[in-house]
Design a protein around this ligand. Structure first.
Ligand code: ADP
Ligand code: MG
Length: 696
């Protein structure tokens, strides 16, 4: 297929194909379910299933799978063939029941203790709001996942519920504002995805990359990202071939892959799609990450999605561009020409500002992970302190509202290039502030603190729920107001005044901001255990329980799973380091020292006049470091064993991993990296940073 429009969505059972292949009444019934959330009848499901199967078989499918997003953070699938015995032969069958409900054994998926292992049953349920698609001879059916007793065990269900919540609250508010033609509001997301590409042969020789997705040892390369020559630089042939393949695979699956470029660090790249509804954006982002990995394999490359694969150069994040659209086509975060008179915009902006202030701790927790904690606050990603960036113009407007002063927006200025052949153009009203964790960027908010590997379901359901909650409070305050205009203005003024501490338009990377944020009373939660210490705060639990997103037990389960995963990840990293240290690094340095010693002795035997100071100095230096290295390896081993003492209390357990195990890992690494710089390349057991970062 050569033409992109033909290729696009060719592997998706999308609206167009449903129209073509379903009887009109079935199509209409399904549409009602998708658009208005009406329950689906089994007779409708039977017809849809048969049409889906015929279409999938035409594309060479033999199997189908329910595709779901358990709490592991990666997608899961279990393939069943379409075969059905028919005498001595088989026929290909797929029923409505099989489409609607699947029953994978749920016992090995994390449930945070809400379900005993013997209650292994779990159900997957078709999510008709995200279209089915075909990959590798299998029909994929996006589904939600819950336990036999109905507890939510996945990342999709809360997201779908939060979208419903948001729609309900936003529509109510819009009706108060006179926009009675609006019947549905959808949250939209465009996630920008960063990743690294490295050579597969080199990767295969790094135990740390294979087991942990990041390097645990590795001295800095002589060149890093200081010349800024990689950012937006011309794309290397091999990478370009990968990107072309990736785009085509994604387009076939209906993913709106739009922008691709080199990122800041050597070997780092980015892909941005065009935004769509949160649910589909989430499914598509999961698909994108998976197809990045698979496509890399074809090119003998490895795609690293870890947040911090290499020390000393930037790690990878995911910018979550987020907004709200009505069924009448209005973007509710579009300020328009005169934001100061755009009550809809003012009200939604105010709801977001209040939400970010009241739930700073949750927003921080939702992006916390063992990997992402390396980035936040390390001057490459937004700091661990949450704040909202509005830009100069909106910032001025908000200040005027708070001060009760008149404000007239400047409108867009013309940008004069000063060169006749270049066209003048209109400047954006807000500059990009790359340092802010939560930035207004023209007609959307960009939540920038997400790590590259994160499933975006969680930050989005939390964000949707907190903003919906604020809107619901606004509704209570506004309903029945005689003069709605005055009531909205007064509410906006009061709320912005109360929550202005969360607005910060300056450079988030400076020490002054850290001090200033402390004066303002903002949280600075540096690691996952610090953030999770607030996760179960009453106000946070209430938010989700009141809005019926998850129950308290389900919410607690999420808390336990995140803490447990964090401990497990650091435990695996520590064990990997110990393994590398004992089996490879120590023997390699010993061998090199032995060669130096033999050389020195041989030289001496030849003639006492030959200087051996070079060998002797190196032998001394490396031997001293090796003593320290072996001692620290032992300390780390002990620390890992002692972690068991904390196993009863998950927060204490995680805190121990952060403060003791992780701290010792850093110390061990420092000695290991120092030895690498003194050891002959032939002896060092692992490919160097220079090879890894500049090897493609
Ligand atoms: P920037 O240059 O500020 O990063 P872009 O226009 O390039 O902004 O968009 C970045 C991402 O934001 C893209 O994925 C884009 O689709 C997404 N985006 C744009 N508008 C919206 C919106 N209304 N809702 C959600 N995401 C959006
Ligand atoms: Mg961006």
């Amino acid at each position: 297929m050569s033409k992109v429009p033909e290729m696009f969505g060719s592997m998706v059972f999308n609206d167009k194909k449903m129209q073509e292949r379903l009887p009109k009444s079935t199509y209409r019934a399904l549409k009602k379910t998708v658009q208005d959330g009406e329950p689906l009848d089994i007779s409708v499901a039977n017809v849809v299933a048969a049409a889906m199967k015929d279409w999938a078989i035409e594309l060479g499918c033999t199997h189908y799978t329910h595709w779901f997003q358990p709490m592991t953070g990666v997608t899961a699938e279990k393939h069943d063939s379409f075969i059905q015995p028919n005498g001595d032969e088989v026929i290909m069958e797929f029923s409505g029941k099989e489409l609607i409900k699947g029953e994978p054994d749920a016992s090995s998926f994390p449930s945070g203790g809400i379900r005993a292992t013997f209650e292994a049953r779990g159900y997957t349920t078709w999510d008709p709001t995200s279209p089915a698609f075909v990959r590798d001879g299998t029909l994929y059916i996006p589904t939600a996942f819950c336990s036999y007793t109905g507890e939510v065990l996945d990342k999709k269900t809360p997201l779908l519920r939060s979208m419903e919540r948001m729609s309900y609250e936003a529509v109510r508010i819009l009706h108060l504002l006179g926009k009675t033609d609006v019947s549905r509001v959808t949250t939209t997301v465009g996630p920008e995805q960063e990743y690294f590409l490295i050579d597969r042969d080199l990767y295969e020789r790094r135990e740390d990359l294979k087991l942990c997705g990041r390097t645990l040892f590795g001295a800095k390369a002589p060149k890093g990202q200081e010349l800024d020559d990689h950012y937006f630089g011309s794309i290397k042939t091999r990478v370009a071939a990968f990107m072309k393949d990736l785009d085509e695979e994604l387009w076939k699956l209906g993913v709106l892959a739009k922008t691709k470029h080199n990122e800041v660090a050597p070997s780092q790249h980015e892909l941005a799609p065009i935004f769509t509804t949160s649910n589909i954006a989430n499914d598509h982002n999961e698909l994108t990450m998976e197809i990045m990995r698979k496509t890399a394999e074809k090119h003998n490359l490895v795609c690293l999605l870890h947040e911090k694969p290499f020390a000393g150069v930037n790690g990878s994040g995911k910018h979550n561009n987020w907004s709200l659209t009505t069924n009448t086509g209005e973007n509710l975060l579009n300020p328009g020409k005169r934001p100061e008179d755009n009550l809809t915009f003012l009200l939604f902006l105010t709801a977001v500002v209040k939400a970010v202030d009241e739930y700073q701790d949750l927003l921080r927790a939702t992006v916390a992970s063992a990997g992402n904690d390396h980035r936040l606050g390390a001057n490459e990603a937004p700091p661990a302190i949450m704040s909202v960036y509005l830009g100069d113009d909106l910032g001025e407007m908000v200040q005027a509202i708070i001060d009760g002063e008149d404000y007239v927006s400047h409108g867009k200025e013309r940008m004069r290039t000063g060169v006749d052949v270049l066209a003048d153009f209109k400047k954006d009203t807000s500059d990009r502030n790359r340092t802010s964790p939560f930035a207004f960027t023209g007609n959307k908010f960009e939540f920038r603190a997400l790590g590259s590997a994160l499933n975006i379901g969680c930050p989005n359901y939390m964000l949707n729920t907190m903003v919906a909650e604020e809107l619901s409070q606004f509704y209570v305050e506004l309903k029945g107001a005689e003069n709605m205009d005055a009531a909205v203005r007064s509410l906006v003024k009061n709320v912005l005044t109360e929550h202005q501490r969360i607005i910060f338009n300056g450079d988030n990377y400076t020490d002054e901001w850290v001090e200033e944020a402390q004066r303002r009373g903002l949280y600075n939660l540096k690691s996952l255990p610090e953030a999770f210490a607030h996760f179960m705060d009453k106000k946070n639990v209430n938010l989700f329980v009141k809005n019926k997103i998850v129950t308290e037990a389900e919410y607690r389960a999420r808390y336990e799973i995140e803490l447990e995963t964090y401990c497990k990840q650091i435990n695996i990293e520590a064990l990997t380091m110990i393994d590398m240290a004992k089996k490879n690094i120590t023997p390699a340095v010993t061998a090199f020292v032995r060669q130096l010693t033999e050389t020195a002795l041989a030289k001496k035997a030849l003639s006492a006049a030959i200087p051996t100071s070079v060998e002797e100095d190196l032998i001394m230096s490396l031997s001293n470091k090796l003593v320290c290295f072996v001692k620290k390896t032992g300390e780390l081993e002990d620390a890992v064993i002692r972690a068991n003492d904390y196993a009863g209390d998950q927060l204490a357990h995680a805190t121990y991993f952060r403060e003791t195990v992780f701290a010792l890992m850093q110390e061990l690494r420092a000695v290991g990296d120092a030895m690498e710089t003194e050891t002959a390349a032939d002896f060092w057991p692992y490919p160097s940073y220079t090879e890894l970062l500049f090897g493609v």
